[in-house]
Design a protein around this ligand. Structure first.
Ligand code: BGC
Length: 422
């Protein structure tokens, strides 16, 4: 079954700068410093007992400070050698705005050169780069001006993006200007549990509008630099269901689908060439007073198999979200899919099963052109500031020595990729 992927299908893994590079100075770094202690102290409120027992490092302040992370800034060649040895022919990563433009209007030539070397290192290994321009953190000066709550950020981003497009136009075809704008808007501006830590529906709405505007503008700018560029937009999708089909859960699931998906696709459909779909788990919408979703709903656990983060493992869900995304008529790349699994107990099966459902969607006629596992290496899991303990890598990182060690699932993925007819 697994050998029926289209010719030219891209296979790889994904990372983002803040999560792997180390040595950064951006608006999230400051937030980490200000909040690490608070987050470590209340880990017992956030995580279940089995998680606290299995990952006691969640009580350490250092868990929440990205610091040198995986030091990929200096070790990218080693990581790309590993990706190549795993059969990957594509790789998704992000360029860090705060390195390129550390001060307003001042571009850092050395850092521009650095990412040129990164891109060349991929090209030399026959790996197609998928480049994200913004995977959430901003330069400090942008943070000080109000980040995406400030309309001016749209203009600042134009200047940064235009420069990057021109610098690397000979090396990159696939660009994803924004990573999951919806996620950062809801977690950073509405629920306030990641930077900039704002809790306001109005702020969230403004940030969404600004990000939508930026994608529209960037699409035009990109095409003016090179009509050959392929511009994507990445979108996080839960497989949303109403728990037990109860009428109030059905209504809530519909509302959630509207805000999380339909509104997004409507807003972004005309400003991209492809969608980057990012799927992790289902969401069984269930009414519950005090639930972690608007204080009224929870994601009911109905599937026993869970990742270390307690996320339900439901491979069929990727089929549902792909079918839904396909209605927009754009080609699809799966730009993230993975799980936190420190002992690699489920990862191999996770990959195989999800790919079966990807294949089922392809067989139904959905235009899917690539799959990027999240993640190539363990990294700093900065969503809701969870820190280092969740292990998403095909490759394990020893954070003391920074040694890289491919997990068994790395080889399973390699075998899948290499045994496909080309
Ligand atoms: C984000 C990644 C993150 C992953 C796992 C995605 O929403 O883009 O940065 O590590 O989810 O939580």
């Amino acid at each position: 079954m697994i050998n029926k992927f289209p010719k030219g299908f891209l296979w790889g893994a994904a990372t983002s700068a803040h999560q792997v590079e180390g040595g950064l100075n951006n608006d999230w770094i400051q937030w980490e410093k200000d909040n690490a202690e608070r987050i470590a102290k209340r880990a017992d409120k956030k995580w279940e007992q089995w998680q606290q027992d299995k990952f006691p490092e969640m009580f350490n302040v250092e868990n929440y400070i990205s610091g040198r992370a995986c030091d990929q800034y200096n070790r990218y060649e080693e990581d790309f050698d590993l990706a190549k040895s795993g059969g990957h022919n594509a790789h998704r990563f992000s360029i860090e705005w705060s390195r390129i433009e550390p001060k307003e209007g001042e571009f850092d030539e050395e850092e521009i050169e650095h990412y040129r070397k990164v891109l060349l290192a991929l090209r030399e290994r026959g790996i197609e780069p998928f480049v994200t321009l913004w995977h959430w953190p901003n330069p400090v000066w942008i943070g000080e001006k109000g980040a995406w709550g400030n309309k001016e950020t749209v203009k600042y981003f134009h200047r940064y993006a235009e420069r990057v497009f021109n610098e690397y136009k000979d090396l990159v075809t696939f660009w994803m200007p924004l990573n999951e704008p919806n996620t950062e808007v809801s977690l950073g501006y509405m629920f306030g549990n990641q930077p900039p830590g704002i809790k306001s529906k109005i702020a969230a709405n403004t940030a969404f509008k600004n990000l939508m505007q930026v994608q529209k503008d960037i699409y035009k700018i990109a095409k003016s630099v090179s009509p050959d560029f392929q511009i994507g937009c990445s979108h996080f999708m839960f497989d949303i269901k109403a728990y037990k089909n109860l009428p109030w859960n059905i209504a809530a699931a519909k509302a959630m689908d509207y805000f999380a998906n339909r509104r997004f696709f409507q807003a972004f459909n005309d400003s991209c060439d492809f969608f980057g779909i990012q799927y992790y788990q289902p969401f069984h919408v269930n009414f519950k007073f005090g639930g972690n979703f608007f204080g009224l709903f929870e994601n009911k656990k109905v599937i026993e198999k869970q990742s270390d983060l307690g996320w339900q493992i439901f491979p069929e869900g990727i089929y549902h979200v792909l079918k839904k995304a396909a209605k927009n008529g754009k080609p699809i790349y799966i730009t993230e899919n993975g799980l936190a699994d420190s002992t690699d107990k489920y990862r191999s099966e996770f990959i195989k099963e999800h790919l079966k459902y990807v294949q089922k969607a392809i067989a139904d006629g959905v235009d899917i052109r690539g799959y990027f596992h999240w993640s190539l290496i363990d990294n700093f899991e900065f969503v809701e500031m969870r820190g280092f303990w969740p292990r998403f890598g095909l490759i394990e990182i020893d954070y003391k020595t920074l040694e890289r060690k491919p997990r068994p699932s790395f080889y399973v993925y390699k075998e899948i990729i290499e045994n496909l007819p080309r």
